[in-house]
Design a protein around this ligand. Structure first.
Ligand code: N01
Length: 532
């Protein structure tokens, strides 16, 4: 494909978002091309192969809904699916719906520029391929641009360095190794217990402790799975009414923790701790809105840490003092107990930060911690990283980098004014990372496909967000975030983990409200979209 071809649509990324988008557009008879920088489908599940990687949404709620046969015929083995199983599912979907033929793998899209005259996009890859298309859909993921802090001396490290978000396909053998891991977010919390089991020693460099509740993972009960399969549509419908589009199978309480007696508070929190996972935050109705309410549940978790971790100083260092759930809550299997192992140590790098990476290891203050292998569990340039990593030029040459210099601005998290026929899947301003991602991408793919249908049926060439609608939407995203405790900490939701990134709360709070907004807009003839 060295000569330029002209097609209907390009979809960038072949994770769950890209795959459903390719499927829906090709079903409509559109000529569509997918580009994927990896060598296979799977997106986040292709790249994140670190030990212990698994989904924190339950398996029976984390799958596509568009095909009843697919849902009925696929079997999950655990309550929370491990990465290899989700990757196998992605591969199965690609084969079943013949998607691989639509995708060019090992192709990183480096630039995309809109031509005002032809009303088409010219998309180019790093290896020099180019294609001209009418619609460009970025399904590049919210957590796909791995973030490695620019520690001085990084390149001098003599051992092996690995980022959890770009794990070697062949795996990593930690046997007999002295290992260091930087970061204590979800990726670290999942991998630390397993690395510790294998390595000779593991040193964890922690800047900010995170709250983690037990996942209570277990083999999936076949009777439970069969019951859901018999009523899948019902579960899906009830999940779409949940704030994050999952969790309908376990009660969500709306009463205030402040109205409960201390004994009632502890009993309910204990019940939700034993149930495991994200639903801990649904034990009472005001944990995400009220600081006083939040503090009670936060202290409950700290007391659990103090009970689990033998050494009181280590336990205290692991106790977060931030707002519970403000950073994304983690779900673990044996994380805190891992610190009771003789071969695991915790180094606080909050007060005395990591100064440098030396050839031997990690330098904190004057001390160098020598390691053979250094794992960066340092997260991602979330939500905007993969979009701004590509040179995207809209109408009159305006680039996305210029337009978003003070933070991302979108209409519905789907389009940005000045960029006609350019769609983002789970872009900033949509529920994305605050909702079940697979439900989110499926909803977006259907909405984008229907919008493209509408544009075509009306005989238009181009559609884009109007500036007024976009400005109002940005206000709405902020207003909804401000009604919660989310803005009260330095999270990646706000871009706070990447030095110099504008501090803007990016996801939209509340999946049901979001869906209602989008449905209303479609009914009102795609209000807020301008066509030409
Ligand atoms: O990344 P993170 P992650 N010096 O950004 C630390 C999803 N996910 O890959 O908090 C020292 O949460 C940083 O410290 P601090 C999920 O949405 C899902 O773990 O900034 N430390 C932090 O501890 C999750 O939220 C699943 O002070 C530095 C860590 O690195 C998201 O991905 C599994 C540092 C980064 O934590 C990201 O999780 C895994 C520095 N200079 C991930 N810079 C599941 O489905 C950064 N850190 C279960």
């Amino acid at each position: 494909m060295s000569s330029k071809k002209k097609i209907d649509a390009v979809v960038v990324g072949a994770g769950f978002g890209g795959m459903i988008m390719l499927h829906l557009l090709s079903q409509r008879g559109l000529q569509v091309q997918g580009f994927e920088r990896g060598s296979d489908v799977g997106g986040t599940w292709y790249w994140n192969r670190y030990p212990g990687c698994r989904c924190d949404v339950e398996s029976m709620e984390y799958s596509y809904q568009f095909s009843k046969d697919l849902q009925q015929q696929w079997d999950w083995s655990e309550r929370y699916s491990p990465q290899p199983e989700i990757l196998a599912y992605a591969g199965h979907v690609a084969d079943r719906f013949k998607l691989r033929a639509l995708i060019e793998f090992d192709q990183s899209v480096s630039s995309a520029h809109y031509n005002d005259n032809t009303q088409t996009w010219l998309v180019e890859t790093a290896s020099g391929k180019s294609v001209e298309c009418r619609y460009l859909i970025m399904a590049t993921g919210c957590l796909s641009a791995a973030n490695t802090p620019a520690f001085p001396g990084l390149e001098t490290f003599a051992g092996e360095q690995i980022h959890t978000g770009a794990w070697p396909q062949a795996g990593v053998d930690f046997s007999g190794k002295t290992v260091g891991i930087i970061g204590t977010g979800s990726s670290a919390i999942q991998s630390i217990p397993l690395i510790a089991e294998q390595a000779a020693s593991l040193t964890v460099f922690q800047r900010t402790p995170n709250y983690s509740v037990p996942a209570q993972n277990a083999p999936l009960d076949p009777a439970f799975a069969a019951n859901i399969k018999a009523n899948y549509a019902d579960l899906n419908a009830r999940n779409r009414e949940q704030p994050a589009a999952f969790g309908a199978n376990f009660p969500r309480h709306f009463d205030s923790i402040l109205a409960a007696s201390p004994a009632e508070q502890q009993a309910r929190l204990e019940e939700y701790w034993q149930h495991g996972g994200f639903m801990f935050l649904a034990a009472f109705g005001d944990l995400g809105q009220n600081l006083e309410a939040n503090a009670i549940a936060a202290e409950f978790v700290r007391n659990k840490i103090r009970q689990i971790v033998d050494d009181p100083d280590t336990a205290e260092l692991l106790c977060p003092q931030t707002v519970l759930g403000c950073k994304r809550l983690c779900a673990d299997t044996g994380y805190y107990a891992t610190y009771n192992r003789d071969n695991v140590s915790l180094v606080d790098v909050a007060n005395e930060p990591i100064q440098a990476i030396t050839p031997q290891g990690v330098q904190v203050g004057k001390q160098v911690y020598a390691v053979d292998t250094l794992v960066f569990a340092t997260g991602f340039d979330a939500m905007t990283g993969s979009l701004l990593g590509c040179d995207i030029g809209g109408r009159h040459g305006l680039t996305l980098q210029e337009k978003w210099a003070a933070g991302p601005r979108t209409y519905l998290g789907l389009m940005s004014a000045g960029f006609p026929n350019f769609f983002m899947m789970t872009g900033p301003g949509s529920p994305s990372v605050l909702a079940n991602m697979i439900t989110g991408v499926e909803h977006h793919a259907q909405y984008i496909a229907q919008l493209i249908d509408w544009v075509g049926a009306a005989g238009y060439q181009a559609v884009e967000a109007s500036q007024t609608a976009e400005d109002a939407w940005v206000e709405r995203v902020n207003m909804r975030a401000d009604a919660t405790l989310y803005p009260k900490c330095n999270s990646w939701y706000l871009g706070a983990n990447v030095p110099g990134k504008p501090r803007v709360f990016m996801p939209y709070v509340g999946f049901p409200d979001y869906v209602e907004q989008l449905e209303g807009i479609a009914e009102r003839n795609y209000e807020g979209f301008a066509v030409s």
